[in-house]
Design a protein. Structure first.
Length: 225
């Protein structure tokens, strides 16, 4: 089974502001998070790392990202990019310097090695009408924005083998009808359906004498005298 997953990263005031990351398969399977201080590149890599560890290892993966750097680093097959040479040389680049963000790079290497299924990476142009990339972009941007404002971060449902099912509509209960009070009695009840969960006292008035209707018996206290 091949799973197509989009990944994306976001950083406000790059590279020293709050960052967000996200991966998504569809509207029902996605994961997002944030860090107080991160660069856009780190968030791009971390989004890929989370997709690799969150989605079951046996699935084949097609990872779509708008980061050309990440695709070149890991390689289109996840095995033949710059990272392979860095590791062979003791995590040193051609200029004899360690790669930037080496901790995240090593995490990516470990996650790729642990995968059992086939892995492919594909570069997609960001902000170009690609629906799955657009969803990942909105999710990671929302995460970095929430981190910046101190709001709670929506992390998502994560991975699920079974997609969420649409629940059937509730069956409406029949209500007793009282002559001449139907219109005025029904309106407050409809308002109660969309009110906050805290209990509230609702007074229903009779359509004939404008006196309160007993909520237990649905009878008017004035007309029954």
């Amino acid at each position: 089974m091949q799973v197509t997953v989009a990944t994306d990263g976001s950083a406000l005031r790059n590279p020293s502001g709050p960052g967000g990351w996200a991966w998504c398969v569809d509207n029902e399977r996605w994961h997002a998070g944030a860090h107080p201080k991160a660069s856009n590149q780190v968030m791009e890599m971390f989004a890929i790392y989370r997709a690799l560890v969150d989605i079951p290892l046996e699935h084949d993966l097609l990872i779509q990202t708008d980061s050309a750097f990440c695709v070149n680093m890991v390689g289109k097959d996840g095995r033949s990019g710059w990272m392979k040479t860095w590791k062979r040389n003791g995590w040193v680049k051609a200029d004899k310097k360690a790669p930037s963000n080496l901790l995240v790079v090593k995490k990516l290497d470990e996650a790729l090695a642990a995968r059992k299924g086939r892995i492919r990476f594909e570069w997609v142009r960001g902000h170009n009408g690609h629906s799955l990339n657009g969803l990942a972009d909105r999710l990671c941007t929302a995460a970095s924005g929430a981190q910046d404002r101190g709001y709670s971060i929506k992390t998502g449902p994560g991975w699920s083998e079974t997609r969420m099912r649409t629940l059937p509509e509730p069956v409406a209960r029949k209500r007793p009808v009282v002559a001449s009070t139907v219109r005025r009695a029904e309106e407050p009840r409809e308002r109660m359906l969309i009110a906050p969960p805290e209990p509230k006292l609702t007074v229903v008035l009779c359509g004939s004498c404008d006196k309160p209707i007993n909520p237990l018996s649905n009878e008017c206290s004035g007309c029954s005298d």
